[in-house]
Design a protein around this ligand. Structure first.
Ligand code: GLA
Length: 408
């Protein structure tokens, strides 16, 4: 009871008096990180070979050219901690060690990321970094890592401990001598958007693990679908900006239910339209764009969704604004974010399961007066000039993503 009260008081204090969310705290991750993360597809099958193959596929598919640069090794890479106190990778999975693998990834122009936990063990039960923060950060730096995802399984639930442990890890990364992005992963349980940047993180997960499904019906008990996770981003836009991103978890695009825990509780995968909607929404949210599908064998539709440069430019816009939910009525929503050049990116979302709906947007909502040009970013074409308002037909579970520029 006393602990719960303390927790609430500290969070209230942070919300009222903490850092200015948009103040410049770092030069890292000035736009949301883009890349690929191993967890959903590989889990324990992660290996040197698979990382190399994914790296090559990111290049041959055009994804690297489109901006996806991080290859992030998630949990279950670990072999253990040696007598010298240092972590070592599983020798069967990574026979040539992490340094050689980082050299390979770097030689192709990409960056490599790794995973640990600020407790004794990671979420999948491997050795964690508690009390070895400096040693481990130095090891990751020596290996040539560029990104470190740090989980919270097995750590005490209270807020002070979370802030303390993440700050310690961030400091260790800071003094390691290598620029490594620091990704906090405590699943949004202690409102990390209030303290994550000050603790030294450039991004922080805002929810439990996202499942490979459009809507699961229940956010809790491992049932977070794209819609449930989206709802939890609606009030977080003020905490995002260059170097400090809310992270609603990976892009499920092209996974088609082939993951393991991402398909827990019957999450059987999504349709291409739903995957495209996630790409639209995550771009509007300035979320990290981290694919998790099998890049080596992905189909043309998946590749098309990932590599749309007009959509990616909304995500990577220099202003770093996270979209707000500007309108919601029944199963219709309008999400919008302002861009560095003064344009607006707007997503018209139809959450209805069956019926197509006409979604109209009154330009007053964006405080725009006069004429605008509207461009459909998936169709790559201008829809013409409009004044005051415009309407679009939106299919079930579709997001129409448009860029709005004033013409006068
Ligand atoms: C947690 C994280 C996941 C993944 C797994 C690995 O569940 O939220 O993203 O890193 O641990 O064990």
């Amino acid at each position: 009871m006393i602990n719960a009260l303390k927790f609430t008081l500290i969070l209230t204090f942070l919300a009222l008096f903490s850092f200015q969310a948009r103040a410049q705290l770092t030069t890292k991750a000035q736009t949301p990180p883009m890349g690929w993360m191993s967890w959903n597809l590989f889990e324990g099958n992660i290996s040197e070979q698979s990382v190399k193959e994914i790296t090559d596929a990111l290049i041959s598919s055009g994804m690297y050219e489109a901006g996806y640069e991080y290859v992030i090794i998630d949990d279950l890479w670990q072999g253990g901690r040696g007598a010298d106190g240092k972590l070592f990778p599983d020798p069967e999975k990574f026979p040539n060690g992490m340094k050689a693998l980082a050299d390979y990834v770097h030689s192709k122009g990409l960056k490599l990321g790794i995973y640990t936990d600020v407790a004794e063990f990671t979420c999948a039960g491997k050795v964690g970094s508690l009390n070895y923060e400096e040693v481990d950060a130095k090891t990751f730096a020596d290996w040539g890592m560029d990104y470190v995802k740090v989980d919270y399984c097995g750590a005490p639930k209270d807020l002070q401990t979370a802030i303390k442990r993440y700050t310690k890890m961030a400091k260790a990364i800071e003094i390691s001598g290598r620029d490594m992005v620091f990704a906090i992963c405590e699943w949004g349980q202690r409102s990390p958007w209030l303290w994550g940047a000050e603790a030294g993180g450039q991004l922080w997960r805002t929810t439990w693990d996202l499942r490979d499904t459009w809507e699961h019906g229940d956010f809790y008990a491992g049932k977070a679908g794209i819609m449930e996770v989206l709802d939890r981003q609606a009030d977080l836009s003020k905490y995002a900006g260059p170097g400090q991103w809310n992270d609603p978890d990976m892009l499920m695009v092209g996974l088609y239910g082939k993951g393991s825990s991402s398909s827990a509780n019957g999450a059987a995968g999504c349709t291409d339209r739903e995957y495209q909607s996630q790409m639209s929404l995550w771009s509007l949210l300035s979320a990290p764009l981290l694919a998790c599908n099998d890049i080596r064998t992905m189909n043309a539709e998946t590749k098309r969704i990932f590599t749309n440069k007009e959509v990616i430019s909304i995500n990577q816009d220099a202003l770093g604004t996270q979209a707000k939910r500007l309108f919601k009525k029944g199963t219709i929503e309008i999400w919008g974010k302002q861009l560095a050049d003064g344009d607006w990116a707007v997503g018209l979302l139809n959450r209805d399961d069956e019926k197509e709906q006409t979604i109209s947007i009154d330009l007053q909502l964006l405080k725009i007066e006069g004429g605008v040009e509207i461009r459909d970013l998936w169709e790559h074409k201008s829809m013409g000039d409009f004044e005051d308002s415009f309407s679009l037909e939106v299919a079930p579970h579709e997001v129409k993503l448009v860029r709005i520029s004033t013409t006068q």
